[in-house]
Design a protein around this ligand. Structure first.
Ligand code: MN
Length: 242
């Protein structure tokens, strides 16, 4: 504010001394605006290019799915955490374990952030996902009878999930199990009907496949095996059974 205006304003407020007093010298600012507080959670870049999963998943779907949908879950989760003191400083996994105690925005957006972070890591460009480890292959054989029987069960879980949700392969503590969840629920949630450590996860929301596959979720599920990152599934299984 220019000095003349400042004096006029002060006079108007009755705060000035004698009308002809010299204006106070301008005081240089010694502080800057505070940096915005760090957000509790953030969206990591994809570990591959948007087009890297073609032809199974097209680049536009990946761009929208990561940049719009996943970013939206992160933004809304951060808002929910800021509005809920009991959540502050907690890991996402810890929040999932007691999610039933919090508002639905925490379930939907916390689940959305967890599930999508996992999902991106569980995909790789065709030919780069590796093969099932000996340990994981043996456990699949034991619990499902064959690799094909596991794949059939996993695809059926994804195909039969009514509306939006996820298909999962989880380690329950003593065996592998296929399950599915609605919306952005996951097997870490304290009230999940089948709890376990995720080993493989597939997103069966229409936003994951509709641009390329329209209503043909089954074709998406079939083609998805070509981009499954077995190397990451092997790592998750090893960590869960350590
Ligand atoms: Mn999704």
């Amino acid at each position: 504010m220019p000095a003349v205006v400042r004096i006029a304003a002060a006079l108007a407020l009755g705060l000035a001394g004698p009308a002809l007093a010299a204006p106070a010298p301008a005081v240089p600012a010694v502080t800057t605006a505070p940096a915005p507080a760090a957000e509790p959670f953030s969206l990591a870049p994809l570990p591959y290019a948007f087009e890297a999963l073609e032809p199974a998943i097209d680049s536009q779907t990946m761009r929208i799915h990561h940049g719009r949908h996943h970013q939206g879950y992160v933004n809304n989760l951060n808002a929910a955490v800021k509005a809920t003191p009991a959540l502050q400083g907690k890991s996402l996994e810890a929040i999932m374990a007691e999610v039933q105690n919090y508002p639905p925005a925490v379930r939907n957006n916390g689940g959305g952030h967890y599930n999508h972070t996992l999902f991106w890591s569980l995909m790789a460009p065709p030919g780069q996902g590796g093969e099932p480890s000996a340990a994981l292959a043996a456990q699949i054989q034991k619990d499902f009878g064959s690799m094909q029987a596991f794949k059939d069960a996993f695809q059926a879980a994804g195909a039969q999930r009514f509306g939006s949700g996820w298909a999962w392969l989880v380690w329950t503590g003593d065996r592998l199990a296929v399950t599915s969840t609605p919306n952005q629920d996951n097997p870490l949630m304290g009230d999940a009907p089948v709890k376990g450590a995720p080993v493989i996860a597939n997103d069966v929301w229409e936003h994951a496949y509709y641009l390329k596959y329209q209503s043909n979720r089954g074709a998406y599920l079939t083609n998805w095996w070509s981009v499954l990152n077995w190397n990451e599934a092997n790592r998750l299984f090893a960590a869960a059974t350590r």
